[in-house]
Design a protein around this ligand. Structure first.
Ligand SMILES: *Cc1c(COP(=O)(O)O)cnc(C)c1O
Length: 436
């Protein structure tokens, strides 16, 4: 490991900055002032975060699924700089630009064939909002305005904006404080059985009944294909997804696949829907889309849905920073970088590393389950992790892992090397065995 401080990192008075942070900054999912301390990052390189005090941390989170190529990547930096010297931003209504057109072309080519129309959004939650709007406007166009509800799944997660929250797990989700004011949706049990197992009629019995009872009120079904992420870190059967596709066709309900976390190789396929060989009616992408450089997301749908909807009214959405040229340029570079690499072998290598590295956790008394799929490793504990202690122990050992609740999980940048991955897993297990 080369642990050279980045000479370009400007000098700051961190004591002062952290005092200001504590006094005025609101951090994600946090109280104000923040319950736990925050660690100042002054630079990052490859798979390493550099803290202001000169410490380096191996990143096990890829900054929440995003940073697939690692930090400070020369190719992505160059793409951004060259776009910066042309145009950083321009409105997207009445104007267009090459980075957006080229990105849309790439997304259409890479995703399942029926998905031909792309709406670029400024974040994942907004991509979900747009997906839900497309479904609602589609049924309005077909003169079925009573289809105003969605069917979703327990332990699902689809974002933090209002309608996106309404389709997140209503009980275990982060949004239970809002339950009374949210649009009411229908929820099926979390998909079963586990990934790799076959799915029987019994496994989709409840789902079938819900669709049978409510399909006339349903605009769509929304699901994270194969991997339920932030709502539970669960991996479920590809056959379940195949059956869900069949049921949606049977009951004439749109299927929305939220691949914001799973897209761009994370599960071992470029998109998780490929495990089941299905195509959704609407697809959302985000997170790794720009390699973690800038916020950007996309909602894709079919020509038929787009044309049907448009015959009635335009799609009523238009973010100020829609299709930001810098974000599109770096997304194009990130996708090209991924496709030019032997990413399948890379993900397989990480999967093997996680399987070996996390296996010893199975014998810990406070561990319920250890599971790995692609470049995602999960250790499920029997009780919530005490975050402040856990983070301090991570930083002391030179790793960065941020659990939520009972779930301790790794989804490192794809460029993590074997030594870093081994170290990351070893330190994680050391911490968990000391916290029994
Ligand atoms: C992260 C995530 C979102 C929300 O994306 P943001 O960019 O955080 O708004 C939506 N759906 C899934 C599956 C996600 O993992």
């Amino acid at each position: 490991m080369t642990l050279t401080p980045n000479p370009d990192a400007p000098f700051f008075n961190w004591a002062q900055l952290l005092a200001t942070d504590a006094a005025h900054v609101w951090h994600p999912y946090n109280t104000a002032p923040a319950r736990d301390m925050v660690y100042p990052v002054c630079a990052a390189q490859g798979c390493l975060l550099e803290l202001s005090e000169g410490r380096f941390l191996i990143d096990g989170m890829a900054s929440w699924w995003c940073v697939i190529h690692g930090y400070n990547h020369p190719v992505l930096n160059a793409a951004l700089t060259s776009q910066l010297n042309c145009v950083a931003h321009v409105m997207f209504a009445g104007l267009t630009h090459a980075p957006a057109i080229q990105l849309v072309e790439r997304l259409v080519k890479l995703t399942p064939a029926p998905l031909q129309r792309v709406f670029l959004c400024d974040s994942g939650s907004i991509a979900v909002e747009v997906a839900l709007k497309i479904a609602l406007q589609y049924w309005q166009a077909l003169n079925e305005p009573q289809r105003t509800h969605f069917l979703s799944f327990q332990q699902g997660y689809h974002g933090d904006t209002y309608h996106a929250m309404s389709v997140c797990d209503p009980i275990t989700g982060m949004h239970r404080l809002f339950t009374d004011s949210l649009p009411q949706q229908f929820f099926a049990s979390a998909p079963t059985p586990n990934f790799g197992q076959s799915c029987t009629d019994a496994d989709v019995h409840e789902l079938t009944q819900l669709l049978e009872q409510h399909h006339q009120q349903l605009a769509g079904v929304i699901i994270e294909p194969i991997v339920q992420g932030a709502g539970g870190m669960r991996f479920y059967s590809a056959e379940y997804l195949i059956r869900l596709r069949q049921l949606c066709d049977h009951f004439n309900v749109l299927l929305i696949a939220d691949e914001i976390a799973t897209g761009f190789g994370r599960t071992g396929r470029l998109f998780a829907c490929e495990h089941a060989g299905i195509s959704p009616d609407i697809l959302t992408l985000g997170k790794a889309l720009t390699g973690g450089y800038l916020t950007l997301a996309a909602t894709l749908t079919t020509d038929v849905i787009a044309a049907t909807l448009s015959a009635h009214a335009p799609l009523l959405h238009g973010p100020t920073f829609m299709a930001n040229p810098l974000a599109c340029a770096v997304a194009n570079a990130s996708i090209d970088l991924l496709l030019a690499s032997d990413w399948q072998t890379t993900i397989q290598r990480i999967e093997n590393g996680l399987r070996c590295g996390l296996a010893p956790a199975r014998t810990l008394p406070n561990v319920i389950d250890v599971r790995v799929l692609g470049a995602i490793g999960v250790i499920e504990m029997n009780a919530p992790v005490v975050l402040a202690n856990f983070q301090r122990q991570c930083v002391e050992r030179g790793i960065w892992v941020r659990p939520f609740g009972r779930l301790v999980y790794l989804m490192p940048p794809y460029i993590i090397d074997d030594a870093q991955l081994t170290y990351l897993c070893q330190m994680l297990i050391e911490i968990l065995s000391q916290n029994k």
